[in-house]
Design a protein around this ligand. Structure first.
Ligand code: F6R
Length: 612
């Protein structure tokens, strides 16, 4: 889970690389480094710390090279330190490499190279790569222009695990080689220049034309040429894709943090997610074509994802089951992939991933495919790895999400999942059309209802100020209010470092109520009119025991006697989490700000979890 950037062209590489790294810091930020070719020599500047530290290191302003690679790290093997930072050099200092991913067989490779006399300066897995390239380069007796390329090919064949790598070498000073397997890598094409990055937003301000690399591809770049090879070094043509996101959407745009910007972008993101899907009589979703016969044949739907994306699945489960009358199981990808789930051709597996690069989710998808199930990916990133594996891919169109804590991706995932559930229901004809019609009109109101919630955030901020020093908090809810509480609790943990648990309110008496004592903070959500009496008695149970309760409820629900109440507009209970999560996101945000924490880059977390 690191970020890599590269540049080859006619401009000074360093400012472009630093700028790209800053945009990739959400992928990792414990060390950063850069390498360029200066007067026939590779110069590496790196250290632990953030990209801004790198930008101020001695000598960085003197780099003039027009070919360069750079890296921002999220440590997996070896603690953050100068030695463990990338780029890594081979022993002869002729080859520099940056790597994202994990080399699973690095012990074996290190032993092999050590026996051949190579020395290692770091405790990383990545340092084997430049040395192995050097080894193969030396073994090759044919001294032609493809010698380095062959060494890279042989190295890639030896690597087990995942990698996106960029290689600079004095053997080929005007070229750069990049390769990928199970780690994202894109190339942006300009005029007589190319930009390389782990993902598109890092280089979107330079170009809109991209090549999205696939697994086992090796690419040789020079100033005005890009050559694509498979892992046997057979050259092939790759189509270029134009991406529409404006560069402005990856800027903070006047907001203090990306997270606050992204919370505020939710009305627009949802409008984009809904698009024209509900405009005509029947729901139409580009990229999705399931026949009534196929849907009737299904005996189970799995929704599989990690973290926040999995929470989106939990909210949508009720809609699928109610409307389609098909049992739905929501599972965590890292559990699903190892528990031998019951899957056959009568199972549909839906995978949700904002980044489309989450290693466990991709592995869980491959597993279902191998067992004959159809797979549907819901992601925010066009061309991401998951879309290349899935039978069907549809997009949330929420725009780039930069803050590590997911907000607009979650709400747009819930919206898209609910629409998919309704699309299935229309085909299956197992539910009254008027129910679907009403829900469609409720979905169309969501963006303006969120705008309304976002207008009055003072009370949330005030409550955050009151409780930001707490060590523990509890979230309670029933039904979809419970599902969204799980997400509220996760947001709080991630960015405020306050321990919190979310419970189905009916479970309180079965254990957790023992933890409720004077002064404990509870966030209780009750938006379902059918369950309100039960929820109120749960709230009373904790109030009686001295808890401070922050209630999120719907404007049509009575809340006599409760002091801290946030009212959200009335909507269908199936989609109320899309509204009730907004105060929860803001609550976590304001607590984090009160504590003076880095909201966008919480400790130990990375945006895109491309390793297991
Ligand atoms: C939490 C968060 C994570 C991600 C999870 C899956 O705010 O962002 O829990 O939801 O790592 O990531 P994607 O959706 O990219 O597969």
């Amino acid at each position: 889970m690191c970020g890599i950037v590269g540049y080859i062209g006619y401009k000074k590489a360093t400012p472009i690389l630093i700028n790209g790294l800053l945009r990739l810091e959400y992928r990792g930020y414990d060390s950063a480094g850069i390498a360029t070719i200066e007067n026939n020599e590779i110069v590496v500047i790196k250290n632990k710390g953030r990209v801004n530290t790198l930008a101020n290191l001695d000598g960085i302003d003197k780099l003039e090279g027009t070919v360069g690679i750079a890296h921002t790290r999220w440590a997996t093997h070896g603690k953050p330190s100068k030695e463990n930072s990338h780029p890594h050099l081979d022993n002869s200092k002729s080859i520099a490499v940056v790597h994202n991913g994990i080399i699973e067989n690095y012990h074996e490779l290190k032993k092999f190279l050590t026996e051949k006399g190579y020395k290692f300066l770091s405790t990383t897995d990545s340092e084997v790569i430049p040395n192995l390239i050097h080894y193969y380069f030396n073994q090759d007796s044919k001294n032609d222009e493809n010698r380095l390329l062959r060494a890279v090919k042989n190295t890639c064949k030896d690597l087990k695990g995942s990698y996106a790598i960029e290689i600079l070498s004095i053997y080929n000073k005007d070229k750069m080689i990049v390769a990928r397997k199970d780690s994202p890598l894109v190339i942006g094409r300009g005029l007589k220049e190319s930009y390389i990055a782990s993902d598109i937003p890092a280089i979107l301000s330079y170009t809109k034309d991209f090549y999205l690399l696939d697994d086992n591809e090796i690419v040789e770049l020079s100033k005005d040429k890009i050559k694509f090879y498979n892992n046997e070094l057979e050259e092939f043509e790759k189509p270029i894709k134009s991406i529409e996101w404006g560069a402005i959407s990856v800027e903070k745009d006047g907001y203090e943090d990306f997270m606050l910007k992204e919370i505020n972008e939710q009305p627009r993101a949802i409008r984009e997610t809904v698009g024209a899907k509900l405009d005509n009589g029947k729901i139409e979703i580009e990229g999705l074509e399931f026949s009534k016969e196929y849907l009737e044949s299904l005996n189970k739907i799995y929704i599989v994802a990690c973290g926040t994306a999995m929470h989106a699945g939990l909210v949508a489960k009720s809609t699928f089951e109610k409307f389609c009358k098909i049992p739905v199981e929501v599972d965590i990808a890292s559990e699903f992939r190892y528990r031998d789930p019951l899957i056959d051709e009568k199972t549909l597996c839906i995978y949700i991933s904002q980044s489309g690069e989450t290693a466990d989710t991709i592995a869980a998808l491959k597993l279902a495919k191998s067992k004959g199930a159809k797979t549907l990916a819901i992601t925010n990133v066009i061309g991401s790895s998951i879309t290349r594996e899935a039978d069907y891919s549809i997009y949330t169109h929420a725009g780039p999400e930069i803050a590590v804590a997911s907000t607009k991706a979650y709400t747009s995932q819930v919206v898209l999942l609910i629409i998919v559930g309704m699309y299935f229901a229309e085909k299956l004809e197992r539910i009254d059309v008027s129910i679907l019609k009403n829900l469609k009109s409720d979905i169309l109101k969501l963006p303006s209802q969120i705008e309304e919630i976002l207008k009055s955030t003072n009370q949330i901020q005030e409550f955050a100020r009151k409780v930001y020093k707490e060590k523990d908090m509890f979230f309670l809810g029933r039904g979809t209010d419970y599902a969204v509480s799980l997400e509220g609790s996760l947001k709080l943990k991630e960015i405020s470092y306050i321990h919190s648990e979310s419970y189905a309110a009916g479970e309180l008496k079965h254990g957790p109520i023992a933890l409720i004592e004077n002064g404990v903070t509870v966030v209780a959500t009750m938006t379902n009119p059918d369950l309100v009496e039960k929820s109120i008695s749960n709230i009373q149970e904790v109030v009686t025991r001295g808890a401070k309760v922050f209630v999120i409820t719907s404007e049509d629900i009575k809340n006599d006697g409760l002091s801290w109440v946030i009212k959200i507009p009335k909507t269908n209970t199936l989609i109320s989490p899309i509204l009730s999560v907004i105060p929860m996101q803001l609550f976590a945000y304001y607590i984090s700000k009160e504590k003076g924490l880095d909201v966008d880059k919480p400790r130990n977390l990375a945006k895109s979890v491309t390793v297991e």
